[in-house]
Design a binder for this molecule. Structure first.
Ligand SMILES: CC(=O)SCCNC(=O)CCNC(=O)[C@H](O)C(C)(C)COP(=O)(O)OP(=O)(O)OC[C@H]1O[C@@H](n2cnc3c(N)ncnc32)[C@H](O)[C@@H]1OP(=O)(O)O
Ligand SMILES: O=C(O)CCC(=O)C(=O)O
Length: 393
């Protein structure tokens, strides 16, 4: 049986087939989240897990940041993973040299192109910025690297300039052009439009790098894929600058459920998420999609009664698909059928009226505003003042 429910509207809405690869940037943009630092051994652990999941490209860092960063990236490059290893580089030869010193396969040469960034950050004219970017792309190509050219703040860049820049990058032998939605200004409709327009200008693959300032990063990434973008950027748990980036685990599940992309090992996602939570110190909220503690937890009586018969009633995809497990929680919203199931698992055989009495007590305990543990439930059962039958003993 399929481990997720099929969305009948995908076909009715004529959802296109997509051809994508995933570039995970946890070790670079993810680490730019304030307060996050991955030690070299932690970068290695995360890179190995990303490789096991099957991401095609790992952006391992920004070598020019520090000596330690450079060593860490080199260590990741030398692991011999199947994933290609990439790094970030400003549009200066010095950054490409740092990338070369790390033995990487690929480099992302970026330059900001919006008026705001040109004026207040780079203090360059548009032509100066373009010149430095294109020269750096050529420099990296001349040194044998696969080159992604990324227009930072592309989505606030004057449209004709953006098209001209991407065309020139292609002429300078860039292998990819990247649309960076640096401050997350886009929505799915505008992303779709933009990718379609850029596809008319260049023949090389397009990358989409989304930020989540409006909570639209995943939707925008999928819209880009539908419009024909090839390389989709993610971070584990969506960590990154400000509100973060497109979460890898959400993208992977959406790729499978909506686009039948099933080559990634999604069973590793929960472990990977936990690893990144512990190394980054950024813990996920309980209700986080895919990897939150509650992603497969059920308390409401009506839900639990149904889930016990058929989990798909209240689970879009199985916990096993993402390496997780289902949990039944006892609390204010617990019903008799859930209690019957749980008490039986605990070794009791309570009658219907005893279960109802227990349900009342459980609900009374919910004043404590937290779920009820197994031990507490056991105490409540013993406090019922009934003869207890242990069917399994
Ligand atoms: C959208 C993104 O995520 S961009 C990546 C952001 N990541 C980081 O900044 C990583 C951490 N950064 C650092 O460790 C440091 O900022 C470094 C090592 C990169 C640079 O440090 P410094 O040399 O001290 O420069 P500083 O941080 O003060 O300013 C950034 C410089 O880079 C320049 N710059 C920024 N982007 C680019 C670019 N794409 N191409 C060329 N130069 C650039 C700025 O104009 C500025 O130049 P200036 O020093 O001549 O004023
Ligand atoms: O497009 C890219 O590869 C990186 C750019 C980036 O990190 C950003 O603009 O947020």
């Amino acid at each position: 049986m399929q481990d997720y429910s099929v969305n009948q509207f995908l076909e009715l809405a004529k959802t296109p087939k997509i051809e994508i690869e995933v570039c995970d940037v946890t070790l670079r943009d993810g680490e730019q989240m304030p307060g996050v630092v991955f030690r070299p051994d932690e970068k290695i652990d995360i890179a190995i897990k990303l490789d096991e999941v099957g991401v095609e490209i790992i952006e391992a860092g920004f070598p020019v940041v520090s000596e330690a960063e450079m060593r860490a990236v080199r260590d990741v490059s030398n692991l011999g993973l199947d994933s290609k290893i990439s790094v970030l580089s400003r549009s200066v030869p010095k950054d490409v040299d740092a990338a070369l010193a790390c033995d990487v396969d690929m480099v992302s040469v970026f330059i900001a192109t919006s008026d705001l960034h040109l004026k207040y950050k780079l203090h360059m004219t548009c032509e100066e910025a373009i010149k430095s970017a294109l020269e750096t792309v050529e420099y990296a190509k001349d040194h044998g690297l696969i080159v992604r050219f990324s227009a930072e703040d592309a989505t606030r860049t004057e449209f004709n300039l953006l098209k001209r820049l991407y065309k020139k990058a292609e002429e300078c032998r860039a292998d990819y052009v990247s649309i960076a939605d640096t401050v997350g200004i886009m929505n799915p409709r505008t992303v779709y439009f933009l990718v379609r327009e850029i596809k008319k200008v260049v023949k090389i693959p397009i990358c989409m790098h989304c930020h989540d300032d409006l909570g639209l990063a995943l939707a925008n990434t999928l819209a880009a894929a539908e419009a024909g973008a090839k390389q989709l950027h993610t971070t584990v748990n969506g960590i990154g600058e400000r509100s973060g980036n497109t979460p890898l685990e959400e993208l992977m599940v959406a790729l499978r459920v909506h686009y039948s992309v099933d080559r990634y090992d999604t069973t590793k996602l929960t472990d990977l998420s936990k690893l990144v939570q512990s190394y980054s110190g950024v813990m996920m909220p309980k209700n986080k999609a895919v990897v939150g503690d509650n992603a497969f937890a059920h308390e409401s009586g009506i839900h639990v009664a149904a889930v016990l018969e058929e989990p798909r009633t209240y689970e879009l995809y199985s916990p096993e698909m993402v390496g997780s497990a289902r949990r039944i929680i006892i609390g204010k919203h617990t019903g008799a059928r859930a209690l019957k199931y749980i008490t039986k698992k605990m070794g009791y055989d309570l009658k219907r009226d005893e279960i109802c009495l227990l349900a009342e007590r459980v609900k009374r305990c919910s004043e404590f505003k937290r779920p009820i543990s197994c031990d507490e439930l056991r105490k409540l059962i013993h406090d019922l003042d009934i003869e207890i039958v242990y069917p399994d003993l």
